[in-house]
Design a protein around this ligand. Structure first.
Ligand code: TPP
Ligand code: MG
Length: 339
């Protein structure tokens, strides 16, 4: 692996004086964002089971540290683009939970006026460029955004997220080749949650150490613990620095886990055991962050409880907002088809 050294992120978030330099506000904000994502997803699952949300719904529960740790390492002007499991990324970027919930409900007050739904969260003002339903479809788009950054000599990077199964798509390989050839400021983040729908990674991918897939194109690979927000932050910070200063791509494999099925209609009990899920939950990213905040005396238990209450309140008012919002009017059917 000489030229394409593999670097592991730190896996013990409670070990760290260095993280205190992020400052109390930032640390609390990271924790509260993970909480907001989890409560948002739980409320979305409930609304889906009440048939208030139609179509597909892919939840991010368990993967919160990936969006939060990675986006904490970015500047506001940096771009992000991801697949359909996109709620966590949009919330972390600061998209309005009311509008996001309304989008799930198909309402006119939603981020895309109710026409995009769960898989197509967008917030152009916050440089969140989707939300893409075709597996691997966002990878060439993210690569193209990085090309645009370089072509216009902008001081930005593009973080392109994907699932583990997307690394078996041709679009992944074509993108990595061009990103390396043209030296593009892109960071590819593979959210390896071990499954593509009901298929375990070792049944679909010849190489299961996904960070190694960059080596065919001379792209440095890193692997990091996706249940630890600081490990994700460290790896992404390093890769972003390389993209910004040297205009070089990196492939980061983030090992994470989704607690729920692939989507709301997936009976996950047929391809994995409850024991496996319970085992993974013991590494819960939110619980790890709580332990860190308490150990380092950054927050008290009472404050942590309050943060959770506030996240629940914010989410229930988002549900109320979505429920009381109007449907898109029929006349709007052909609006916004082209920019
Ligand atoms: C091109 C294409 N093929 C198949 C599908 C159906 N499909 C939707 S999600 C998915 C699995 C993708 O898994 P992964 O990339 O690991 O992402 P995860 O769902 O685990 O976040 C498949 C096969 C699709 N949406 N697009
Ligand atoms: Mg997956």
């Amino acid at each position: 692996m000489s030229d394409y050294a593999v670097k592991a992120g730190k896996s013990n978030g409670s070990a760290g004086e260095e993280y205190l330099s992020l400052g109390r506000n930032k640390l609390i904000e990271m924790h509260r964002t993970m909480l907001l994502i989890r409560r948002f997803e739980e409320a979305a699952a409930k609304a889906y089971s009440q048939q208030k949300i139609g179509g597909f719904l892919h939840l991010y529960i368990g993967q919160e540290a990936v969006a939060v740790g990675s986006i904490a390492a970015l500047r506001e002007e940096d771009y992000i683009i991801t697949a359909y499991r996109d709620h966590g990324h949009a919330l972390t970027r600061g998209a309005d939970p009311n509008k996001l919930m309304a989008e799930l409900f198909g309402k006119y007050t939603g981020t895309s006026k109710g026409k995009g739904g769960s898989m197509h969260f967008f917030d152009v003002a916050r440089n969140m460029l989707g939300g893409h339903a075709i597996v691997g479809g966002q990878i060439p788009l993210g690569t193209g955004i990085a090309f645009k950054i370089k072509y216009r000599r902008e001081d930005r990077v593009c973080v392109t997220y994907m699932g583990d199964a997307a690394t078996n798509q041709g679009s992944f390989h074509e993108s990595l080749n061009l990103a390396a050839l043209w030296k593009l400021p892109v960071v590819y983040i593979v959210e390896n949650n071990m499954y593509g729908m009901g298929t375990a990674i070792d049944r679909a991918s010849a190489v299961t150490d996904l960070y190694k897939k960059g080596s065919a194109y001379g792209i440095e690979g890193m692997v990091t613990d996706g249940m630890n927000v600081f490990a994700v932050y460290d790896s992404v910070k390093e890769a972003v620095k390389k993209a910004r200063e040297l205009s070089l791509p990196t492939l980061i494999e983030v090992r994470t886990y989704r607690y729920r099925g692939h989507s709301m209609s997936d009976p996950d009990s047929v391809y994995r055991t409850k024991q496996e899920v319970d085992e993974e939950k013991r590494r819960d990213p939110i619980e790890q962050m709580k332990a860190f905040l308490l150990t380092e005396k950054i927050a008290t238990q009472k404050e942590l409880d309050n943060f959770d209450e506030e996240a629940k309140k914010e989410v229930s008012s988002a549900v109320e907002f979505a429920e009381s919002s109007p449907q898109p009017p029929l006349e709007s059917m052909y609006d916004d088809i082209y920019v």
